[in-house]
Design a protein around this ligand. Structure first.
Ligand code: MLT
Length: 397
């Protein structure tokens, strides 16, 4: 008998959603080489604005330091350098949320830690996710052999499902502003989830990757809600905020007050990270710290406003076409209903074939996403404008 493998990998879909979309685009490009340059990508949430100048300056300076014996850095602290954790600590004060430096762990992005965090919990536990949902939460739990429960999001609840007291879960995944729907919980909504988690002795895994798009009084962090430090872990990222999708840096907050089964989850996470992770490179952490400088923050605000203009263009087009959507205001994602009752993948094919625009089929985010479609505001303004003009002509026919 050979080695026993993790058979749960056979239970996940053959390919990850965005790998499947990339494959379909490749096939289309190969069969339509003459149209390939007309393609406009509004599918995967990848940014197009370059890194802020202040970030590039920090990258260069840190690289130079690495080439000099006196300022060279070898292994860094597994949980991140203090210079970056202190900046994050200050940033949270603006919400206002007080965090101890020890509660902040620097990572190579939210996606990795959202998967890695499952190391802290037993296999076979129950995870509650919303439907539609960012596929990483589902796939990582299936790979662990965990059970999944779904909280259905739809037009009836503005794509913001509320807790059902009759449902018992160990882990609760929340993402606000939401990927894929762009819907955002207000304080009342998040308070209901925090109270529910505490009552069920569950842990909320809060994905705040899109918090930089939040406007007004809506919460940026789950820790703005009283009691959340006793039940929630928060994941955040520099990817969407500062264009780090290819540079890789994020952070995870594990409060000291999270104690389950007599164990501090923060201490367990520290143990896990010191064992399995050697930290994010010094150069990249220096670049991330530049995000919080006066110039860096200004450049980032300009980039976010640039994407928000794109979101406005998309929303305006959908308004003119009379199409239902959520998101776009506090989010780079616009979640639209497919016109004429089309199914998500059929609408994907129609846009690709007829106007060479790529979006993400809602069905790829779960059953409740069927009949919906996600467009991102992360393209360039020129391409977003062009895509919206093409969409208007197509759907006005
Ligand atoms: C998406 O398009 O949903 C994002 O790219 C997800 C991610 O950041 O991994």
């Amino acid at each position: 008998m050979g080695i026993k493998i993790n058979t749960h990998y056979q239970e996940v879909k053959e390919s990850y959603l965005f790998a499947e979309i990339a494959k379909r685009i490749r096939i289309w490009q190969e069969s339509h080489p003459e149209k390939a340059d007309k393609l406009i990508r509004m599918g995967i949430g990848d940014v197009t604005r370059p890194l802020p100048k202040e970030v590039v300056k920090a990258l260069k300076e840190a690289s130079d330091e690495m080439g000099v014996a006196e300022s060279f850095h070898g292994y860094g602290p597994e949980q991140g350098y203090d210079f970056l954790r202190e900046k994050i600590q200050e940033y949270y004060k603006s919400f206002p949320v007080d965090l101890a430096k020890e509660e902040i762990f620097i990572s190579d992005g939210a996606k990795s830690d959202l998967g890695n965090i499952l190391d802290l919990f037993d296999r076979g536990i129950t995870a509650l996710v919303t439907d539609p949902v960012y596929p990483v939460y589902v796939d990582t739990n299936i790979m662990q052999g965990n059970k999944l429960l779904y909280a259905r999001a739809g037009e009836e609840n503005g794509f913001l499902p509320m807790p059902d007291p009759s449902v018992k879960a160990d882990l609760i995944y929340l993402c606000s502003p939401n990927n894929p729907t762009g819907a955002v919980y207000d304080r009342t909504g998040l308070t209901a989830w925090v109270n529910y988690a505490k009552e069920k002795n569950a842990v909320i895994l809060f994905d705040a990757a899109y918090e930089c798009f939040v406007e007004g009084d809506l919460p940026h962090s789950i820790y703005e809600i009283p009691g959340a430090k006793n039940c929630a872990i928060e994941f955040c990222s520099f990817s969407k905020k500062a264009g780090f999708t290819g540079t890789r840096c994020g952070y995870t907050v594990v409060p000291d007050s999270l104690v389950f089964g007599g164990q501090s989850l923060r201490k367990m996470w520290l143990r896990r990270q010191t064992t399995k992770f050697n930290g994010v490179s010094y150069i990249v952490q220096k670049a991330a710290a530049a995000v919080f400088t006066e110039h860096g923050a200004k450049e980032i605000e300009e980039n976010i406003n640039y994407y928000k203009e794109n979101a406005k263009m998309i929303m305006k087009t959908l308004d003119e076409l009379g199409i239902y959507y959520t998101g776009g205001k506090n989010s780079p994602y616009v979640w639209m209903k497919c016109p004429n009752g089309l199914r998500s993948w059929d609408f994907f094919d129609k846009l690709l074939e007829e106007i060479y625009v790529v979006g993400t089929p809602g069905a790829g985010f779960g059953e409740a996403g069927e009949g919906y479609f996600r467009l991102t505001a992360f393209s360039t303004q020129e391409k977003t404008k062009e895509a919206m003009e093409r969409l208007k002509i197509l759907l006005a026919k």
